[in-house]
Write a new protein. Structure first.
Lengths: 208, 241
């Protein structure tokens, strides 16, 4: 049931992003493409759930995290932080490919590189929030689309970082516990995509 | 999870604090800008007054002196009253020019200036003037006193033009650090909400705002108008530099 609600929330976000695509600034257009492709992957994944669909998510998560990090690299002003984010993105791609080819393999979900990606996205959001705190001309937070999006990402990926990092251990201890915790992740997913929708709507209302 | 929520709340609160501080700074800047604009406007107005005063004193005063001289050369006995009237006009014009010119005000206290003006008005015999001063007189900064005097002049001017009053009451109350000035009349008054704010009242409000004075204008049709002005010596925000 929760998965269906999550897919509906994701669909709503995708439709809002698609509807307003032309009016959005560059980095939010990239973000919209990401939401649309997430919906496509999740939709296909939902129907391929009885087969091994891990390979698809392994590839997609690499693209997803690289895009998230690129979006934050675009909106962060500090050159040193931009360079740091680029270095972290490269390190993530290298680590993910190495994990995929030499460690966890292509057909098993690469939870360790996923966890690393979660950590990097959280770091990028924190960098952006620090930048907001030092703005010389601060705007109301509710008028900043990236505040909504960043909050959604931080809530979801901070929790997912621990969950995905410990998922193998949790399964070995109690499959029931791992499944129950996954319910929480689904709820966080719904929250995240709702905040994404709020961010896109906010961007449109601010540009009017 | 709690740590995460706490971090986000901390961020939102810090940002909000900064945002409110920023709004406050903008408001202050706007206030300073408005004050400066007002100051310039009033300086221009003062300069115009000074020019007018010089013109009245130098040109009209000189012409009147010439008329007086011509009259004194004429021995006709019927002209003595005219000569007296011309002398009185010369005196009045000189007083008027002095009261308009800032230089003539700068070394006098507000008490002296208002008292002199009250005497001058009394001599016109158009109104009965009641002047009263309470408390020990103290000085305010020169610019503030000039502004107070200009407000006083504007009030009297309004009374003369619109009130049709018979009596004007002027009260000065010195009570450190406050100086209050009350100008009231028994004229026809007005309904404050029905009268469009004219240049005079706006000028009074601008000047009062500029020196940080409290201003209260009350009026009732058939009863009269009263203007109350209060300035705090310890809280003078205007410095005439």
């Amino acid at each position: 049931m929760l998965t269906k609600i999550y897919l509906v929330t994701l669909l709503v976000s995708s439709l809002i992003a698609l509807y307003h695509f032309k009016k959005l600034p560059g980095h939010l257009q990239l973000f919209s493409i990401l939401i649309l492709s997430t919906f496509a992957v999740e939709f296909i994944g939902y129907f391929l759930v009885r087969t091994n669909n891990a390979w698809m998510f392994n590839i997609f998560t690499v693209i997803e995290f690289v895009l998230y990090l690129s979006i934050f690299r675009h909106i962060i002003h500090s050159n040193s932080q931009k360079k740091l984010l680029l270095a972290l993105t490269i390190s993530y791609v290298v680590a993910s490919l190495a994990n995929m080819l030499f460690f966890q393999g292509f057909f098993k979900f690469n939870n360790y590189s996923y966890s690393y990606g979660c950590m990097l996205v959280c770091a990028a959001v924190v960098m952006y929030f620090f930048q907001l705190l030092h703005y010389s001309n601060p705007q109301p937070l509710t008028h900043l689309p990236m505040f909504w999006i960043g909050t959604g990402l931080l809530i979801y990926y901070a929790c997912n970082f621990f969950y995905m990092g410990l998922v193998n251990y949790l399964i070995s201890v109690s499959l029931e516990l791992a499944t129950e915790l996954f319910t929480l992740i689904a709820v966080l997913n719904i929250i995240m995509y709702s905040l994404f929708s709020a961010g896109i709507v906010c961007s449109i209302t601010q540009r009017k | 999870m709690f740590l995460l929520v706490g971090t986000i709340i901390f961020f939102v609160l810090s940002y909000q604090k900064r945002y409110l501080k920023h709004l406050h700074e903008i408001k202050e800047l706007e206030q300073v800008y408005k004050q400066e604009l007002l100051k310039s406007e009033l300086e221009i107005k003062d300069q115009t007054m000074n020019n007018l005063a010089s013109e009245i004193h130098d040109h009209i005063g000189q012409m009147l002196s010439l008329i007086k001289l011509n009259l004194s050369l004429n021995p006709a006995p019927g002209l003595s009253e005219t000569k007296e009237l011309v002398s009185q006009v010369i005196k009045d014009v000189r007083n008027l020019a002095h009261s308009m010119h800032t230089d003539g005000l700068s070394n006098k206290s507000i008490h002296t200036l208002i008292e002199t003006e009250a005497d001058r008005l009394r001599k016109t015999k158009h109104f009965a003037i009641y002047f009263e001063s309470k408390g020990k007189i103290f000085a305010l900064d020169n610019q503030t006193e000039i502004f107070l005097y200009r407000i006083f002049q504007e009030c009297i001017n309004n009374t003369m033009k619109h009130a049709h009053a018979k009596n004007i009451f002027i009260e000065l109350n010195y009570s450190l650090p406050l100086l209050s000035i009350k100008i009231s009349d028994d004229g026809q008054g007005f309904q404050s909400h029905s009268v469009e704010e004219g240049l005079g009242i706006r000028s009074i409000k601008h000047r009062a705002n500029l020196i940080g004075a409290k201003l209260h204008i009350s009026s009732e049709p058939g009863v009269g108008t009263s203007t109350y002005l209060e300035v705090d010596k310890s809280n003078q925000i205007f410095h005439g530099d």
